[in-house]
Design a binder for this molecule. Sequence first.
Ligand SMILES: [Zn+2]
Ligand SMILES: [Zn+2]
Length: 351
Amino acid sequence: MISYQIVEHGKPLQKVAFEKPKPQGTEVLMRVTRSGVCHSDLHIWEGYFELGGGKRFYVKERGCVPPFTLGHEPFGVVEALGPKAKGVRVGQKRLIHPWIGCGKCAVCKAGQDNYCVSGSRILGVNRAGAYSTHLLVPDPKYLVDASGIDEAFAATLACSGVTAYSASAKLPPLTREDRVAVIGCGGVGLAGVAVLHAKGVKNIVACDIDPEKLKTASRLGASQCVDSCSPNAPKDLLGIAGAIDFVGTPATAALGIAALRKGGRYVLVGLHGGELVHPLPPIAQRAIGIVGSYVGNLAELKAVVALAKKKKLRPMPVETRPAAEVNRAFDDLLAGRIVGRVVLDFEKVAA
Ligand SMILES: [Zn+2]
Ligand SMILES: [Zn+2]
């Protein structure tokens, strides 16, 4: 098998050949066909997240130590099954849910793997990920039937789709007149616009600094577009019922929180970094909520796949590139040149 690995943080990924693993127990070996490139891969590649105030969280503290294979938007074909793996057959195409917990604790048993603290096995974060011709999945239950959906677009649902879906579920109850802001229209933000539209939200305000991304947001269902850097942005957003922040800087948090109507909710998803300083009394007086949202669970992935199957979820632009171009994809993503998602094609990589 061939993987593109971080050998040193911040340096180009390197192509490395390995022996293919043999699935044990309930494990499934997947032959990866498509693998989405997510902005959070860039943070892991750089090796840290900015916490603000000069502090950083280093990914090695959660077990991500080079050499490491990134990639948490996997789509592939079942290649081999462990002796106890049930429910799928060799040759079946499946979307892979990467947000896998220990599988044994109470939160995992309740289907909330993404909140597991007893030993996450997240593909591409704690375990070898999908920038690879092959991927070992702990159990067939994490394989989702996405038939009828274009494979490259389906791959993006494993992070951008499910992350947007889970964040949208944390908004307050909405009336028809309520407006919801989507701050940041990168890959996950555009999925946010599409998910809100698919769920019937009428007034979606897309915010970004890039007119091209705003144009795409309109196509996916945004009813209003705001240049987040414009001095009018705070006024344009004022009175929103909810804001989902897919950027996550002190500036975007300030924009989203200040614009909330009473009882409104700010949902933080983006991991750009920094810290939040906010006076306490108005949080109580305005009865606003500030809540974080991290990826999503298996049931939420199935729900967003169902929306895509019913053609309710408008697909964001997806550009499929050969896997060997992963480093160029990183450069383009870092420079903000990608509208939608780049998905790597591993089909033609000799394994
Ligand atoms: Zn991601
Ligand atoms: Zn667990």
